[in-house]
Design a protein around this ligand. Structure first.
Ligand code: HAM
Length: 419
């Protein structure tokens, strides 16, 4: 019979790699706690309209990459391709702004985009991200940029580069878009069908085009959006830069950085790694002051970022330590009665001594069980055979120096508490 395999672009995380994920996840929780951010979890799927209205229907994510379907009840649903829109939906729905003027949230989650799989690009992938609702001020942008950058540094990544820009508030967007359309319309016939559509409907998205011809025209012809932003936008941007300077965070001002999602206003930023190849963005984010209102809430400034966990792990490469979480005790049983007594003893040791105990469930010979204890590299094995059952004792073997002692079962807990 044919074996069923996982879907292209998805990945099983096997036991010899999940420890890396656990370590990174623990660090994310600890790091966010240090900054006073609280975790939010949202459902795996949402109404498709949330992403069309939130992320923008001309973006690659919505236009080409969403996993959407109509369910048995006729609802148009989508597996979440990103989390800013769902978290904003939850913020509005649960009126989080009412109880607190500032909400600093973070998440670790799985996302789904039907992109062409390659190194660092999957169809199901994972992000760690933060979203902050309530502050319009540049110190909030600076805080999250510093978080993203120092988190990656704290993992040991030192080949990372921060690029930042401001694309201004929505009020200047109209002027810039008219200028772009005027300048680029004469090249319209050199563009692919999708880029022609972008030129008409949302020319900012031409910056995401992967078509070399379009890229060349944009590079040579398009003015940068930074030249059109207002004095207020520039002041906001300059304050972020001055905080980054004083915090010793190096960055480049990339005047072309617009990012591929429609909700951004003012700040945009990305952190890239030179060890990643073509999919080099580890982290991306920015300000989105109009999204809450656009999704039906009251006007609330917001800013956030998300970092791809698979890409972080690829960049860490062989810096990742071997799994060092070890097992303390292996419980060896010989015989049916020993099995019951041993399982009970193992449960008590776990509960009262806070140690990890692995018990035998294959009914192997004494020799094979001892070999298993060695393979697990445990500190002690506890052996219970028929003789021990008769005398209500067990043998404790120190696996590091080979010493063995025979002890009443009732005294074993206090022995390991003292150890
Ligand atoms: P994004 O740039 O689409 O932004 O994704 C953020 C990060 O997720 C990327 O820099 C990359 O590391 C990772 N990523 C994206 N697509 C894939 C993929 N197919 N496979 C593996 N990793 C991937 C957002 O998602 C925004 N919601 C970020 C944000 C939060 N902006 C404001 N708040």
């Amino acid at each position: 019979m044919n074996k069923i395999r996982n879907i292209k672009g998805t990945k099983d995380l096997l036991p010899d790699e999940t420890f890396i994920w656990q370590e990174i996840e623990e660090k994310i929780h600890h790091f966010n706690q240090q900054f006073g951010y609280k975790e939010i979890r949202t459902p795996a799927f949402e109404e498709s309209d949330l992403f069309k209205r939130g992320v923008g229907s001309e973006t690659d994510i919505v236009n080409k990459e969403m996993y959407s379907w109509i369910d048995q009840g006729g609802n148009n649903l989508t597996l979440k391709p990103e989390l800013t829109a769902p978290v904003t939906r939850a913020y509005i729905q649960h009126e989080l702004g009412k109880s607190n003027p500032i909400n600093k949230l973070y998440y670790i989650d799985a996302l789904f985009r039907r992109e062409r799989p390659q190194k660092g690009r999957q169809r199901q992938f994972h992000q760690f991200g933060v979203e902050v609702f309530g502050s319009e001020f540049p110190e909030q942008d600076a805080e999250i940029i510093i978080m993203g950058f120092t988190f990656l540094q704290s993992l040991g990544l030192d080949d990372i580069n921060l690029e930042i820009n401001t694309i201004g508030s929505k009020s200047i967007r109209g002027t810039y878009i008219t200028v772009l359309q005027d300048l680029l319309s004469k090249y319209k016939h050199d563009f692919s069908a999708i880029d022609q559509q972008r030129l008409d409907k949302n020319p900012l998205r031409l910056f995401d085009s992967k078509d070399p011809k379009c890229k060349e025209i944009i590079n040579e012809t398009a003015p940068t959006i930074y030249n059109y932003v207002s004095e207020d936008d520039k002041l906001h941007f300059d304050k972020i830069c001055s905080i980054l300077n004083d915090s010793g965070i190096q960055y480049t001002h990339d005047q072309k950085l617009v990012r591929g999602l429609d909700y951004y206003t003012r700040t945009t930023f990305e952190i890239k790694s030179s060890s990643l190849g073509s999919q080099d963005a580890l982290c991306g984010g920015g300000r989105y002051d109009e999204l809450v209102e656009q999704l039906g809430g009251s006007s609330t400034p917001a800013v956030g970022f998300a970092a791809g966990i698979e890409r972080i792990i690829i960049s860490l490469g062989n810096q990742i330590q071997q799994d060092h979480k070890s097992i303390d005790i292996f419980m060896i049983f010989i015989g049916d009665d020993a099995l019951n007594a041993g399982i009970n003893l193992a449960n008590n040791i776990r509960k009262k001594c806070n140690l990890s105990v692995v018990t035998e469930t294959l009914r192997r010979s004494m020799r094979s069980q001892m070999r298993e204890a060695n393979r697990l590299n445990v500190n002690h094995s506890i052996i219970i055979g028929e003789d021990e059952i008769k005398s209500n004792t067990a043998i404790i073997k120190n696996m590091k120096n080979g010493e063995q002692i025979n002890m009443d079962i009732d005294k074993i807990i206090s022995y390991f508490i003292k150890e």
